[in-house]
Design a protein around this ligand. Structure first.
Ligand code: TRP
Length: 346
């Protein structure tokens, strides 16, 4: 019996922040560790998705490798038989199935995707690629090729996941059972459970998400930041004039953000962190605690990252890519037969 598959991809481009680490990478790795054994875990690097918006292509190769190293440094067990780690572009079925699915996808339905609309609004029609436009089709192929049931994604990817379900159902109702339809998003949420809901905000403007696109970089802590410099960023984080520490995202977004960051860095519980600092009046001292914890976390993480063996990573990628090519090609063949590109008995 094959095990049910959990599948997830994390985009490779751009410098990742502690927000990406605690919000995406670490939860993914923890989930993989917890569910492997009972489930097959497909973690992949969607490198074809990396340049749906413009990037520096000289850096892509290094970013892809770094992505894989990050998973390992975050604790992904490379020697587990149920865990596969692969690069999307190394398995050509992704591109091939995308083409087939493209031809069953409406221009209108792609144009309604929020991520597409937002980016188009930001950078303008002429600079938006067709790749960005039909990126959800490639994402659907990523999922359907492996008969994946469960796909842990954030809210921003929810619409794309719904599309993967739609296109699978559309193909199945037209051609008979071609694809496994991923579980409804609601069931996925039930399966993966709610995390603590902690989201790291920008240090200079704690009303917005900490994001690599911040211009000055002062409000953002990157995983590659010098630990000392990162501690300074914490010390100069925006707070308020209330004069007392309380967890209140509305009135004290800066202090609340620091309380959340500290909780994530320590791997603890928010209520406990709040209990420790509630009512205290010395913001400077509190910041120092957060700054020290940040420094220690980055130093340890960077050490672990440097210790990741590239040979081990490459071996894992190659083995996974070879195994997953078999799975993906079997699904692709089914789709090709369905649409008449291959004889039914081939
Ligand atoms: N689009 C996802 C993101 O930007 C990455 C991704 C690509 C993905 N293909 C996927 C996630 C398939 C889950 C399943 O975060």
């Amino acid at each position: 019996m094959t095990k049910p598959t959990i599948l997830t991809g994390l985009r490779a481009n751009n410098d990742l922040t502690i927000g990406n680490y605690f919000g995406a990478i670490l939860p993914m790795v923890d989930m993989a560790k917890q569910k492997a054994g009972e489930y097959q875990i497909n973690m992949f690097i969607p490198d074809l998705h990396s340049f749906t918006t413009p990037i520096n292509h000289d850096e892509l190769q290094e970013q892809i490798m770094n992505n894989a190293r990050l998973f390992a440094a975050a604790g992904l067990p490379l020697d587990h038989d149920d865990i596969y780690l692969y690069r999307q572009s190394y398995i050509s079925a992704h591109s091939e199935l995308t083409w087939i699915l493209n031809c069953f996808t409406g221009v209108g339905e792609m144009g309604r995707m929020t991520e597409f609309k937002d980016k188009t609004a930001k950078i303008g029609d002429d600079r938006v690629s067709v790749g960005l436009f039909n990126y959800p089709v490639l994402m659907a192929a990523d999922i359907l090729l492996y008969n994946a049931d469960l796909i842990p994604v954030g809210d921003d990817q929810r619409q794309h996941l719904e599309f993967a379900r739609d296109i699978a159902e559309r193909m199945n109702s037209r051609f008979g059972d071609v694809f496994v339809v991923p579980k409804p998003v609601k069931e996925q949420h039930e399966f993966f459970g709610k995390d603590q809901g902690l989201r790291i905000k920008d240090l200079q403007d704690p009303t917005k998400k900490m994001s690599k696109s911040d211009d000055s970089g002062k409000g953002v802590i990157f995983l590659g930041d010098d630990p000392e410099a990162a501690a300074k960023k914490i010390m100069s984080a925006t707070t308020d004039t209330e004069g007392e520490i309380h967890f209140d995202r509305e009135k004290q977004p800066g202090i609340s953000n620091l309380l959340e960051i500290l909780t994530l860095l320590r791997g603890g519980d928010l209520q406990q962190t709040i209990g420790e600092f509630e009512g205290q009046t010395r913001y400077g001292e509190f910041k120092k605690v957060v700054a020290n914890e940040t420094k220690a976390f980055l130093a340890t993480f960077q050490e672990r990252l440097a210790a990741v063996s590239d040979e081990a990573i490459t071996a894992k990628l190659r083995a996974s890519e070879s195994a997953m090519t078999q799975t993906a090609n079997a699904t692709l063949r089914r789709a090709q037969q369905t649409v008449g590109l291959r004889p039914k008995d081939s």
